[in-house]
Design a protein around this ligand. Structure first.
Ligand code: AMP
Length: 280
């Protein structure tokens, strides 16, 4: 496994990939890796002979009062895990290496980035699209793999790639969950035992939302049910909504609906989502 910490090292490492070994798969992450991240690596390895992973806690996507400083970091362990998983290339740049000229050019994809999660975290998706565009340019993958766990991020990246004609296929991979349903997340590492129990409220809310959807409830009712389940579960909801998975606006059809929730458990903010279909 080749580890590059600078753009120059990365370019040198990637130059040695013969075109016969493409497609090159890419999994961008912020580290503190768990089984959810590794599932993306495994999907990538099934489709690509060479897989690159980046680990970069991107300051641009954190708001001024968010958890940039306390975001979990586990570089040594991450490298062990990636080596064991058979990853070919890791890019682990510093903030200065990624943004040597500070912040100037920003990729902003428009309204989608300001809805739902973007409304609660203004500027978040501009930070995501800017760093992902930059990573795409540096790594030059053919396919890039993202988790459905961050459903709006997937929609935002797909829109950026379509709007800017970026020649990379975006592959969305299923959410990996703990046995009780909690979506795996690097931030779960900060949950104490009591908070870990409460965090299940997000998955419960999605389950209740799905049940309401199945019994033909309208969008408002489904949202209310999810919100109440969050509150009753002892977490503080940021939102509980039904959206179209591409636009993140109210769905225009019951065949294309996504339940999305975000809530705080103490200081820790968690998000989750579930696609619902009329057969369920
Ligand atoms: P992060 O390190 O949180 O930025 O996540 C890096 C990538 O892993 C993103 O595409 C996430 O959507 C994905 N990811 C995070 N958690 C999970 C999970 N539980 N299941 C599947 N993918 C995940």
């Amino acid at each position: 496994m080749k580890v590059a910490r600078t753009v120059a090292e990365l370019k040198k490492d990637l130059r040695s990939i013969p075109s016969s070994e493409r497609p090159l798969g890419f999994v961008p992450t912020m580290g503190a890796l768990h089984t959810g991240h590794l599932s993306l690596v495994h999907v990538a390895q099934r489709r690509c002979p060479i897989v690159a992973v980046s680990i970069f806690v991107n300051p641009l996507q954190f708001g001024p009062h968010e958890d940039l400083m306390s975001y979990p970091r586990a570089e040594e362990k991450d490298l062990e895990v990636l080596e064991e998983a058979g990853v070919d290339h890791v890019f682990l740049p510093s903030v200065d290496e990624m943004y040597p000229f500070g912040r100037s050019t920003t990729i902003s994809i428009g309204d989608l980035a300001t809805r739902v999660e973007g409304e609660v975290r203004p500027g978040h998706f501009d930070g995501v699209t800017t760093v992902v565009a930059k990573l795409f340019n540096l790594v030059g993958p053919d396919l890039a793999f993202f988790g459905q766990k961050d459903a709006q991020q997937v929609a935002v990246i797909k829109k950026m790639v379509a709007d800017l004609s970026i020649p990379i296929d975006i592959v969305a991979c299923p959410t990996v969950r703990a046995t009780d349903g909690l979506a795996l997340s690097s931030r779960n590492a900060h949950l104490n035992e009591e908070q870990r129990q409460k965090a299940i409220a997000l998955w419960k809310a999605l389950g209740e939302g799905r049940a309401a959807f199945s019994s033909d409830s309208d969008w408002d009712t489904i949202e209310k049910v999810m919100w109440e389940t969050l509150v009753n579960g002892g977490v503080q909801p940021d939102y509980a909504k039904v959206v179209d998975p591409d636009t993140f606006q109210r769905p225009t059809s019951r065949t294309h609906a996504l339940l999305v929730v975000a809530a705080r458990v103490g200081d820790i903010r968690l998000i989750d989502n579930l696609l619902v279909t009329p057969e369920e």
